[in-house]
Design a protein around this ligand. Sequence first.
Ligand SMILES: [Zn+2]
Length: 583
Amino acid sequence: MNLLPFDSLPPYKPRQFVPEGLKFDEWAEIAPLFDRLETRVAECKSARDLEGWLLDWSELSAALDEEAAKRYIAMTCHTDNPDAEKAYLHFVEKIDPQLKPRQFKLAQLYVAQPLREELPQERFGVFDRDTKMHVELFRPENVPLETEEAKLSQQYQKLSGSLTVQFRGEEKTLVQMGRYLEEPDRSLRHEAWELVANRRLQEREKFEDTFDQLVQLRQQIAKNAGFENYRDYAFRKMGRFDYTPEDCVKFHDAVEAEIVPVVRELQARRRQQLQVEPLRPWDLSVDPLNRPPLRPFEQVEDMVSKTQEVFSNLDGELADGFQQMQTTRLLDLANRKGKAPGGYQSTLAEARMPFIFMNAVGLQRDVETILHEAGHAFHALATQEEDLYSYRSAPIEFCEVASMSMELLGNEFLERFYSTREANRARRTHLEGVVNVFPWIATVDAFQHWVYTHPSHTRQERTAAWNGLMKRFGGDVDWSGYEAVLENLWHRQLHIFIHAFYYIEYGIAQLGALQVWANSKRNKSKALNDYKSALALGGSRALPELFAAAGCRFEFSRKTMAPLVRLVREEFASLNGESDCAG
Ligand SMILES: [Zn+2]
């Protein structure tokens, strides 16, 4: 029985190396392919042989990737189907753990093969650089430490996920409590917010203990790999070849100088509209004019056809891509029973086709999500002709340019869903979200820079460092009476615990997306063409080149940020008035 929303798709190019009909259920069937690749790499006589070997390795990686993706898709589309779950878990538990060391072994053999020096640098430079780094950073003594790190991360997730509160006689998870922050009734918001904040505060010692252990472990991991501190190790490990910790410091400074003033203005406006003085932490998510939520569509088919129209207005080629996804049923968008929550874009690596999963219910958030995920899907479609598997995806700093640009570009045509007044309201809310996230990104990033360059800090010093950042980036929100909550606010940011340093990527990408949008205001067709040609490069070029191809600067200082903030201010000014009227 096919549990996938789409029929099986043929490989984009016929297989040359992986046998037809290979069962991905048995490691014994997969292992010989790795054996063959291991033997063959040593037998390469020329750079050409090595290139052929790389393509066979790519084909195998893509086939395995697609198999894992299909099992994941089937499971998330049918959470109530035990076979789907079993098939997915089988792959995760039985195949994946075998796969990782074999893939690493191939990377080692590649790096040890002297012929790699003869590969054309222009074509293989990025692949070579990334593979070499991956191999060189490996330390066998870090393997148990990383297992320990993963256990602590899981402990954090388990603790955060298990927290509930009793709210008006009902047990609620903290995620479920989020919606009460959008309630017009201020005392209800306050009550809900306080309940959640206090619940987290009860666990502060556990969060602090877990984090202390993580910092110690990470410091040791960095030392073992020959680095002075974990920050420098993480930058290498994450493949950040094209920007430095100093560039991130410039980003923090630019956010403070350029964005925080805008945030304060938005907060002043909110204060005035809500008629509250001062603004409190539970006043930040509610619609400031108490309007009911926007209703962009009733049926999901409606959302799809209107989104299709948005893309037709934007660019014929992108519109064709989305149409092709519809025709091949590579969209599963409606919320229904038995579906996992959330939304994602996944790529079928062999068919070289994207798939989008969502739980649309008829809110503006759904329109933002479909535009965002479609941006990722366009990225996958744009790289179809690329035969090197790892080049069919770009670094996250640029992947999110693809998706976030599409939110901004698509927003220009929101009248497909709304009256002009409603469309402007949606645009304003979206843009406020874009602006408001920058200071939080800077805070989370600067905090981690401090933590890992002061590895022997005390908890008191850590708290003081955090409080300093809240003063710098926190805006005009009155936390009095809740100082302890403010002090421990970082406990709720999963990335700090689980994906150290991984967060500024979203800020970097948003800077790129804002530049694409700014370009489109000047010259729409050129901006779209640049966007598409940058997407088509996949991961075959370094970040500065990908940004340049998209018509963007890869630079995070005030120089880049100031003109974007000017554009955002102009946009807010033009949205004023029209979107202010209630109703
Ligand atoms: Zn994304």
